[in-house]
Design a protein around this ligand. Sequence first.
Ligand code: GLV
Ligand code: GLV
Length: 323
Amino acid sequence: KLMKVFLTRRIPPEGMKILSAAGVCEVSQWDSDEPVQRADLLKGVQGAHGLLCLLSDKIDAEVLDAAGPNLKVISTLSVGYDHLAIDEIKKRGIRVGYTPDVLTDATAELTVALLLATARRLPEGVEEVKNGGWSSWKPLWLCGYGLSGSTVGVIGLGRIGMGIARRVMPFGVKRLLYSGRTAKDYAAEVNGEYVPLDTLVSESDFIVVSCSLTPETQGMCDKAFFSKMKNTGVFVNSSRGTVVNQEDLYEALSSRQIAAAGLDVTTPEPLPANHPLLTLKNCVVLPHIGSATYSTRGIMGALSAQNLLGGLQGTDMPSELTF
Ligand code: GLV
Ligand code: GLV
């Protein structure tokens, strides 16, 4: 008898092919590119043996209870898993798959692109060209900040943080600082200096947030944090929006306490088009596209399908979250 799986969204075809070729599950799906409503999620998951979800789906005790005792595996199409109630999942003996490693390069690339776009004011420049604001080559027009000779601070030197560090070093970065729970041996490759968070914040020209969202990091970038930054400092976040207190960030940007911010993640997502942050020229906001290359998304689709199958069949999952 086929096992039941529920997919909370349309996923890349690479993943669908693997699920149908396996022939072990009957797939039902929220067949849309838009998020499933809570009520439809609670209904869709009923009796499921497997759940494939996205980072926009909050999987808590209510969802697990709605699914019932069949549920063996949750496979998320993401590296982040802050949307999963891990304690509740663990209590019920459910396995979890996720997609680390395969999106490291794409996400590190996007973060560096966002850093440069923000520091060199690319969106403002593009806008000026389009709206007729480009009157001549002007010595002091659209000046920004460059990486060469700078100090870069990476908060959270994990897989993606290290990918970012590797990529910025060839731009002539002078010092690479990092902070986090522990010093990392592999930081030697980028001459990384392990420093307390306060030191990183006050000494960096560029601060890149690349940590996971935990109770410890939630709201970490607040008024006190921004007030310690240099006035020429550029802040970049490609981790999770709630690591930042956005009201404090707005204040820091509008008062020029800091120079600029580039955000690939916000609270909420999507950020409403009338949000105050979007009125600021020195804030560049992207719609959470860190891993969005065609090839990476295809690989994430395939990996999340393989994780789901492994969990259904009680075999190895290529990327199982251990907790
Ligand atoms: C993206 O933010 C992810 O967690 O994969
Ligand atoms: C800029 O285009 C320069 O020639 O300095």
